[in-house]
Design a protein around this ligand. Structure first.
Ligand code: SF4
Length: 238
């Protein structure tokens, strides 16, 4: 494969990480995934929200090792189509998705913070239902794999293929950082990868049902997320 055999640990310098990230710019995402599994074994996991990019990585991982760890954050308010896609991917590729979620039920959340918290305080809602379960999950890992692409948001524009996640204190691997949306859909078509049917109805980026709307032609692909609010990220990626 020819990927540099640099052992990554807490003592790896930022310079060494940057060298590795530069080398990975020349590699296919599958090579990066292979390296991640060899380097971290069970201490690395893919996080997916079942977006198109996530489906690509699930397919790639299943071809390398279908027992590789994959988790998702279940906020209890995902679209029915998203839950159906989860089942479809498990059956098709023999992978298993680890469910991570807050113990705070929607009912208890309403009692404590009021009904439909996402409408009044989406940052708090994301913190409770996404960020805290993620924090707990990442606490047991040395590295995580994400499906982010640089051209999705300004906050993602500088993402390295591999980098130190300053926010959560572990290694972050973004095999698709350099891919375009075209690359993603070309891969899906070529390999007949299942994807969320909502994408065919104008939902270019799909999160929780209460906070996601379809986008109109010409709008930013993520304009349907938290429409009308300044918010553009859940707090998972900085
Ligand atoms: Fe809550 Fe919306 Fe964030 Fe989902 S995306 S956790 S519903 S604020």
């Amino acid at each position: 494969m020819g990927v540099a055999a640099l052992a990554i640990d807490r003592n790896t310098s930022d310079e060494e990480l940057q060298d590795l990230a530069s080398e990975f710019e020349m590699r296919e995402p599958q090579q990066v995934l292979r390296w991640a599994l060899e380097e971290f074994g069970n201490d690395v996991a893919l996080a997916t929200g079942f977006g198109a990019e996530g489906c690509v990585l699930v397919h790639m991982l299943s071809q390398i090792d279908r027992y590789a760890r994959i988790f998702y954050l279940d906020t209890d308010v995902l679209f029915p189509e998203t839950y159906a896609l989860r089942e479809q991917l498990e059956v098709r590729y023999g992978v298993r998705f680890e469910r991570r979620a807050t113990v705070l039920s929607l009912e208890d959340q309403s009692k404590q913070f009021g009904e439909q918290l996402w409408e009044r305080q989406p940052d708090l809602c994301c913190k409770l239902r996404k960020v805290e379960p993620l924090l707990e999950t990442l606490g047991d890992l040395s590295a995580w794999i994400t499906a982010i692409r640089r051209d999705q948001t300004p906050a993602r524009a500088t993402a390295g293929i591999v980098e130190r996640d300053q926010k959560f204190g572990l290694i972050k691997i973004n095999p698709l950082a350099g891919w375009s949306s075209f690359d993603v859909w070309r891969y899906i078509a070529k390999h007949d990868v299942p994807y969320n049917p909502l994408h065919n109805s104008g939902y270019s980026s799909i999160g929780c049902k209460p906070c996601t709307t379809a986008v109109r032609i010409g709008e930013d692909p993520r304009a349907g997320r938290w429409r009308g609010a300044q918010k553009t990220e859940c707090g998972l990626h900085k």
